[in-house]
Design a protein. Structure first.
Length: 162
């Protein structure tokens, strides 16, 4: 399957919202609990520094990422990203394409570090991908993430220099 990553367009927003909400509904990766709708989703994606979408050769949106500052002022050189891949197409290296594109975009936008604040320790697929692409784990925050079923899991912050 041929997949490319490009900057999102307004006509992508409905599919981006659907995929984002799918990850929120799963309740095992994103800290958000509220679902996006047409209005809130459009505003959410417009307010990011950059949004990339993974697109099939037919033009289907397969996944996305958001990129934005992780902090302000003296820490404003650090960015943060979140990734979402359509559940029906996971396992086809779309996440890797999104991660690699976000590293490139972050650098082009003037950031020098990309940091993940809260990678759930049991999210082994994401953790393997991040380590494969050069991210370093900073430690473990015990019980830092409340799963959908209410129990708490450890989180692992990661970073990489751009």
């Amino acid at each position: 399957m041929e997949v490319s990553v490009r900057k999102y367009r307004n006509e992508d927003i409905d599919e981006m919202i659907r995929i984002w909400n799918e990850v929120v509904e799963e309740g095992v990766a994103f800290p958000q609990e509220e679902f996006l709708d047409g209005v809130s989703g459009k505003a959410f994606f417009e307010n990011q520094t950059f949004c990339g979408v993974a697109v099939s050769e037919k033009g289907d949106i397969l996944g996305l990422y958001i990129l934005h500052p992780n902090n302000v002022g003296r820490c404003g050189h650090i960015c943060n990203t979140s990734y979402a891949v359509d559940g029906s197409i996971r396992g086809h290296h779309i996440g890797e394409k999104l991660v690699r594109d976000s590293l490139k975009q972050g650098k082009e936008l003037g950031f020098s570090i990309l940091q993940f604040n809260a990678v759930v320790k049991s999210n082994t697929y994401a953790r393997r991908l991040y380590e494969k692409t050069g991210f370093k784990q900073l430690g473990v925050i015990p019980k830092g993430f409340r799963m959908k079923d209410g129990h708490y899991e450890d989180i692992c912050p990661y970073y990489i220099g751009l």
